[in-house]
Design a protein around this ligand. Structure first.
Ligand code: ZN
Length: 445
């Protein structure tokens, strides 16, 4: 085990003020800017690139709990000073990176991989960030800080992750969800974990305003878990590092990721930065952020070269987790895309639904957000921005089983205004072996 000589602090994106990670802060107290967690890169660089690779490889999916976690296996780069006893881990990360060669061929791409982040404790990539946030809160409580509950607004996956990790650590949870706008699976997760779930007749942006209000007064003792909180990014950033590790430290040309509140794209690029600064990699992959046309403020800003940013009123989209009109991490995401020479694409509801269903026919089970990323990939390939010989990784952010209603409606052709191209229905037949045999013959004739 390495010595704990590694350090991290909060730093404001705007005024560069610095604060201890032991302070309860969600924004800069001086200028209200967004905060970053900044690592002591000199200390990290004292260990050679080869040694870091060996350390990460020796732990990956095999070390003792909690270091077998994809996040805590990289603890020195995540929260180096957190006491080991305060780690709240449910074995997150270490998810499969799967090649899809037959699908890839259909797209005229030589090398396409899907990073299956949904194969995780609560079924989404949100576990990566939540393990870090809840661990830090556990430590703050142990150190005597006044925190009586953790709270978040959510489009579904964040609340599921928070409820699970906080319940595991015996910390109460308050959740604010937009009424009737999340999937049944996403609603039942925090309910089952015993969280206080407020179902509010507004959209995500409305819930976000409420949670910011109730967490802004320290006297309430309610800690904010939304991705404005930079601790989440520290965990999420391990996904890019992990993919590159899984490719034998080979750097792909592109990452595609669906974007809503935009914390995930910033996180992805933060991971690349650390790999680059430690000389483990010698180029930065490009990132394409994929949005739904119905909730596309980042795409619109991108078209205007990020010279301006206008929040939009997000319209209903099947990709409900990214139905966000006023993304809190806009500035972080802009900085990330400028750093990696990234792009933004948007897709329609029909494109995301059909692309999602199409990949399923190759043996996957794709959630609608991954559908947004895949449909964007197809568009960027058609535009010649992504080229045939390039290596592409699509970040699949959630498990398709969280969106069973979407799948059922698609195959029943019940999704409004969508022409389902890849419908499959159960074969209704009497329990007579001759009839069934006849039918099978028909199928293969
Ligand atoms: Zn500041």
């Amino acid at each position: 085990m390495l010595k704990t000589k590694y350090k991290a602090i909060f730093r404001c994106m705007d005024c560069n003020s610095e604060f201890s990670l032991d302070e309860i802060l969600f924004r800069c107290p001086k200028c209200n800017g967004l905060l970053d967690v900044v690592h002591d890169i000199d200390a990290i660089q004292e260990t050679s690139p080869l040694e870091w690779k060996q350390i990460f490889e020796s732990r990956f999916r095999q070390a003792k709990h909690p270091y077998s976690s994809g996040v805590w296996g990289k603890k020195e780069w995540v929260l180096p000073e957190l006491h080991e006893d305060h780690i709240v881990s449910l074995g997150e990360g270490g998810t499969p990176l799967v090649p899809v060669p037959r699908f890839s061929k259909k797209l005229n791409l030589e090398n396409l991989w899907i990073k299956q982040c949904g194969i995780s404790h609560t079924g989404s990539f949100k576990d990566l960030g939540m393990t870090v946030l809840v661990s830090k809160v556990k430590e703050l409580i142990e150190k005597g800080k006044y925190i009586k509950a953790i709270s978040c607004a959510s489009t579904g996956d964040t609340s599921a992750a928070l409820a699970s990790y906080a319940s595991y650590a015996n910390i109460p949870v308050l959740i604010f969800l937009p009424k009737d706008r999340i999937s049944l699976a996403q609603l039942i997760q925090p309910i089952a974990n015993g969280a206080y779930v407020f179902s509010i007749d507004t959209d995500f942006d409305g819930c976000m305003k409420i949670v910011q209000e109730i967490t802004s007064n320290p006297e309430n003792g309610i800690y904010l878990a939304n991705s404005m909180n930079p601790l989440r990014i520290e965990g999420q950033k391990t996904v890019g590092i992990e993919v590159i590790q899984q490719l034998g430290w080979y750097v792909p040309d592109w990452f595609l990721i669906p974007g809503g509140n935009l914390g995930n794209v910033s996180a992805l690029v933060e991971g690349f930065k650390l790999l680059y600064e430690t000389k483990i990699i010698s180029k930065i992959p490009r990132v394409a952020v994929a949005q739904s046309h119905n909730a596309n403020p980042f795409y619109k800003s991108y078209l205007n070269r990020f010279l301006s940013f206008e929040p939009v009123q997000a319209k209903k989209t099947l990709a409900s987790a990214i139905q966000i009109g006023n993304p809190v991490s806009f500035k972080r995401a802009k900085r990330a895309l400028e750093y990696c020479n990234g792009v933004v694409e948007e897709v329609t509801e029909e494109e995301l639904a059909n692309t999602s269903a199409y990949l399923d026919t190759f043996g996957m089970f794709t959630d609608p957000h991954t559908g947004v990323a895949l449909a964007s990939l197809i568009k960027l390939k058609q535009k010649g921005i992504i080229e045939e010989k390039e290596t592409v990784v699509v970040i699949s952010t959630a498990h398709g089983l969280k969106f069973v209603e979407f799948k059922v409606q698609y195959h029943k052709k019940e999704l409004p205004n969508i022409h389902s191209q890849y419908v499959n229905q159960p074969i209704m037949i009497e329990p007579e072996i001759t009839k069934i045999q006849e039918k099978i013959q028909q199928l293969f004739s």
